[in-house]
Write a protein that binds this ligand. Structure first.
Ligand code: NAD
Length: 504
């Protein structure tokens, strides 16, 4: 592999923004070796000192939030409020984990569960994987990379991020901030394409991947071959279920936001809606009216656009294919339905859709909102579960008890009631996909940081005991006594067992 550069272009006007390294395998190996060498000292600093660095880094992120937002907008074509919101996310991640890290990472001393180790002091320590590789996609370049990298750093690991080759600039700039504050050299950004990501998988001790199912499977195979753990956050086909007693206006606005936020390029986008027959017409009318109010087009750093560009032209092509397939099979477009240039597809509402259509089965990842009528809640749940994916879903009803019951019938990692996407902000809860949507989870309170650690058991004597009758050399008397002791210690009915063993 040769180390040639990668040109990063704006999806808005195709302007060349920058050229970044396309790191080859040798470069990746060198970077990881440096991180590995520096990591023990980082771990030895302890949680409090590591948190102090993270707090300094949080301040740097806040001081540079607007610069990062501008870079994000340039490389992704996101609407300005979406670009502005992203740098704030890592700040919350830092605050949450640094506040709880001492407790989440504390050693535990469980009581002995067997008389055989009654004299042992037992400790479970959490020791970080030395180097964690974070491989991230282009849709939320900064937030997704950081939400995985930061808890790993706080856990005491060194981290190398490989951002998407399509959107590496904001992440590269943010990681440079770590060096600017003078923090230990345990955080790196390795730019490059898929092969660079593959080279990273070959070097690190834990891979945290966010991206497509296809790449996720390849990473899992490679991680399996290397016997290293991996976490996979993959694609989705999130369903929204609207029941008869829902607040229809709110549900319609929620559907539109959920489907079109970030131009539909969100893993937890609303990708399909099932509405019970009683309220179907009202819901559809309200959705079309809401979509009609949106401003779509080339973004600028202000608030004039609601739905921006599609970061990847190929993704706009996928949307066009899904719409064409649905139309051929009898679906109707109520609003939108056209590609407007290489990186733009109009916000589009489809009705008369069914599960024979690609738009109801495959991830669209674009500004498309297909709505299907369901006879009742049972049919809606069945249709929602009829998917290879299981990332998240939402259910809309005024009856909270009903929502809770139905949530437990959904085969997904998260359910929002009367809301969309917001589960991503709930750091104490896990964010992870079921079925083909992933492996493991991010966040989830202690789990979000402990996942980057290996458990280590340490045992030591409470009181010095000279007796070690089970050690060499084996002697009949000792061995017999020890065997009896072992069996008797394992029983609840000691007397009967003792008689059975000894015949006395
Ligand atoms: P992608 O799989 O094409 O690329 C993701 C990253 O993997 C990039 O950095 C890429 O360079 C790298 N990569 C490619 N081939 C590789 C290989 N063989 N080995 C190692 N790394 C490799 O995904 P994408 O198109 O950038 O992202 C869009 C996808 O991400 C969608 O499916 C979306 O649903 C998913 N996503 C999931 C979540 C989640 O949390 N579940 C969040 C955001 C996006």
């Amino acid at each position: 592999m040769e180390a040639t550069g990668i040109d990063v272009r704006s999806p808005v006007d195709d302007r060349l923004l920058a050229s970044v390294d396309n790191a080859d395998a040798a470069t990746v190996a060198r970077i990881v070796a440096n991180l590995r060498a520096a990591q023990p000292e980082w771990e030895a600093l302890g949680v409090a000192e590591r948190s102090r660095w993270l707090h300094l880094y949080r301040d740097w992120l806040l001081d540079h939030a607007d610069d990062l937002a501008r870079l994000l907008q340039e490389e992704t074509g996101k609407a300005w409020p979406e670009s502005r919101a992203e740098p704030a996310y890592p700040v919350h991640v830092i605050n949450y984990y640094t506040k709880h890290a001492a407790r989440f990472l504390a050693a535990e001393s469980p009581r002995p569960a067997s008389i055989l180790v009654a004299n042992k002091r037992q400790e479970r320590l959490l020791r970080p994987y030395p180097v964690v590789g974070v491989i991230s996609p282009w849709n939320f370049p900064l937030a997704l990379a950081m939400m995985d990298a930061l808890p790993a750093l706080i856990a005491g690991a060194a981290v190398a991020i490989k951002p998407s080759e399509l959107t590496p600039l904001a992440t590269r700039a943010a990681v440079a901030g770590w060096r600017e504050i003078g923090a230990p050299d345990i955080f790196a950004c390795v730019t490059g394409a898929g092969e660079t990501g593959a080279a990273l998988v070959d070097e690190v001790d834990f891979v945290q991947f966010t991206g497509s199912e296809r790449t996720g499977r390849r990473i899992a195979e490679r991680a399996g071959a290397r016997l290293i753990p991996c976490g996979l956050e993959l694609g989705g086909k999130d369903a929204m279920i609207v029941l008869a007693d829902a607040d229809i206006e709110r549900a319609a606005r929620g559907a539109v936001f959920g489907a079109l936020y970030n131009a539909g390029q969100t893993c937890v986008s609303v990708e399909r809606v099932y509405v019970v027959a009683e309220v179907y017409d009202r819901f559809v009318d309200a959705v079309v009216a809401e979509v009609g109010r949106l401003r779509h087009g080339a973004v600028t750093p202000d608030y004039g656009i609601d739905v921006g560009a599609m970061t990847v032209a190929q993704q706009a092509e996928i949307v066009a294919e899904h719409v064409a397939d649905a139309r051929e099979r009898g679906a109707r477009v109520l609003i939108g339905g056209s590609r407007r240039g290489e990186h733009y597809y109009e916000p589009t509402v489809l009705v008369d859709v069914d599960h024979s259509m690609t738009c109801m089965r495959a991830e669209t990842f674009g500004p498309l909102l297909p709505i299907m009528k369901a006879n009742d809640v049972d049919e809606a749940i069945r249709l929602a579960n009829d998917s290879p994916y299981g990332l998240s879903a939402s259910i809309w009803t005024r009856d909270r008890a009903l929502a809770r019951r139905q949530a437990q019938r959904l085969e997904v990692g998260a359910v929002n009631v009367n809301d969309v996407i917001v589960n991503l902000l709930a750091l104490p809860l896990p964010h992870g996909g079921w079925k083909a949507s992933g492996l493991g989870a991010r966040n989830g309170g202690p789990y979000g940081i402990r996942k980057y650690c290996r458990s280590q058991a340490v045992l030591s004597d409470r009181f010095p005991l000279p007796l070690t009758p089970h050690w060499f050399p084996y002697k009949r008397g000792n061995a017999e006594r020890f065997a009896r002791f072992m069996r008797t210690a394992g029983t609840r009915d000691v007397r009967r067992r003792w008689r059975a063993i000894t015949g006395r």
